[in-house]
Design a protein around this ligand. Structure first.
Ligand code: ACO
Length: 318
C-alpha cells in the first residue's frame, strides 16, 4: 500500500503590511474592534501588479527547494484559488510555465474558497496513492485584496493576500491517514462574490453574513474534527498540532476547546496574515515547520471551512 507524505513546504507574503490602524483611517473601525472580534492585527496586501500566480510561484519554489527536487520532477500541480489570474488558462497551468516545466503532467485549479487547500491536498493524496502521480505540488494562493470592497468595514478588515505550498511524494507509511471533504451549496448566499462570467453583476466583491458564517463555522469545525479522528481511529490527545484555517481567533479557539487542546498546540498566523483563504493553512504549516515547532513524526490535523459552503480536513503524520 502506498501513501502520500509531505516532503517540502513553502510560503510567500507580499511586502506591503496593512495594520488595523491604517484601515481605521479609511473606514469606521478601530484596532481594538478588529483585534477583539477576530484576533487580526495586520495583513499583507499584494502590489497592484502582483498576481495570484506571482505569489504562488514564490511559495512553490520554496516548497520544491525544501523537498530537494527540481520543477521537472513534478508530474501533478494543483492550485487552490478563488482569485485566479485569468478566467483561463488555470493558474496551475500558468504556474507550470513559470516553473519551466515542459510536457508536464496534470495541472488544474480547485475552487473551494477557504477549503480549497484541503480539497487540493485530498485530490493529490488520491493520485499519489493510486500510483498515477509521483510528486505533487499543492498550492493555496489568493489575492483577496483584489475582490474586497475597501469601503465595507464588515469584510475589508478580515482578509489578506498570500500563498503557501507543499510538495507531496509517495511513501510506504503515512503521511496522510485520511482526508474528509464536504460541501453544502444551500449556504451559498452566506458568503459570496456575487458576480461571474455567465452571470455578471456590478458587485464583484466579497459579501458576507458574518454572524451566520461564524455560527456555522464553529459548529461545522467541531463536528469535522470529531468525525476525522473517529474515522482514523485516533484520540484527540494523539494530535500534536492543530493547523486550522485562519479566519477568526474565536472560531479557532472553539475548535481547540472541542479537541481539549491547549492553544500552545495550535498554529496561529491570523494575527499577522488575516484570512488568506486558500493560502491560510499551507502558510500556517510552513510557518510552524520553519520556526521549528512542527517536527517530523508529529500528527497534524488540518481543517477548514469556507464559502460554498465547503469544509474538510486532512489528518497526517509529518
Ligand atoms: N469595525 C467596527 N464595527 C464593525 C465592523 C468593523 N470592522 N464590522 C462590523 N461592525 C459592526 C456591525 O456593523 C454591527 O453593527 P450593528 O450591531 O450596529 O449593526 C456590529 O459591528 C456587529 O458586532 P458583533 O455582533 O459584536 O460582531 P461579531 O462578534 O459577530 O463579529 C465578525 C463580526 C468578526 C465578522 C464575525 O461575525 C466573524 O468573524 N464571522 C465569521 C466571518 C469569517 O470568518 N469570514 C471569513 C470567511 S468564512 C471562513 O473563512 C470561515
Amino acid at each position: 500500500m502506498s501513501f502520500s507524505a509531505i516532503i517540502g513546504t513553502g510560503g510567500y507574503l507580499p511586502d506591503r503590511v496593512v495594520s488595523n490602524a491604517e484601515l481605521a483611517r479609511t473606514v469606521d473601525t478601530s484596532d481594538e474592534w478588529i483585534r477583539s472580534r477576530t484576533g487580526i492585527r495586520e495583513r499583507r496586501v499584494a502590489a497592484p501588479d502582483e498576481s495570484t500566480c506571482d505569489m504562488a510561484e514564490q511559495a512553490a519554489r520554496g516548497a520544491i527547494a525544501a523537498a530537494g527536487l527540481s520543477p521537472a520532477d513534478l508530474d501533478f500541480i494543483v492550485v487552490a484559488t478563488s482569485t485566479p489570474d485569468l478566467i483561463y488558462p488555470s493558474t496551475a497551468c500558468l504556474l507550470q510555465k513559470r516553473l519551466g516545466i515542459r510536457n508536464g503532467g496534470v495541472a488544474f485549479d480547485v475552487q473551494a474558497v477557504c477549503s480549497g487547500f484541503v480539497y487540493a491536498t485530498g485530490i493529490a493524496d488520491q493520485f499519489i496513492r493510486a500510483g498515477t502521480a509521483r510528486h505533487a505540488l499543492v498550492v493555496g494562493a489568493d489575492a483577496n485584496s483584489k475582490i474586497l470592497d475597501w469601503s465595507d468595514r464588515s469584510t475589508c478588515v478580515l482578509f489578506g493576500d498570500g500563498a503557501g505550498a507543499i510538495v507531496m511524494g509517495a511513501s510506504d507509511r503515512p503521511g496522510v491517514y485520511l482526508t474528509r471533504l464536504h460541501a453544502d451549496g444551500n449556504y451559498a448566499h452566506l458568503l459570496e462574490v456575487p458576480s461571474g462570467v455567465s452571470r455578471p453583476s456590478a458587485d464583484p466583491h466579497i459579501r458576507m453574513h458574518g454572524a451566520e458564517v461564524f455560527k456555522l463555522a464553529v459548529n461545522i469545525m467541531g463536528d469535522l474534527v470529531e468525525e476525522t479522528l473517529a474515522a482514523a481511529g485516533f484520540e484527540t490527545t494523539d494530535v500534536d498540532w492543530l493547523i486550522p484555517h485562519q479566519a477568526n481567533e474565536r472560531i479557532i479557539s472553539a475548535t481547540a476547546r472541542k479537541l481539549r487542546m491547549d492553544m500552545g498546540r495550535v498554529i496561529v498566523t491570523l494575527d499577522r496574515h488575516g484570512n488568506t483563504s486558500g493560502a491560510s493553512i499551507p502558510l500556517a504549516l510552513d510557518t510552524g515547520i520553519r520556526d521549528g515547532r512542527v517536527r517530523r513524526g508529529e500528527l497534524l490535523l488540518l481543517e477548514a471551512v469556507g464559502g460554498g459552503f465547503t469544509w474538510g480536513s486532512v489528518l497526517l503524520r509529518y
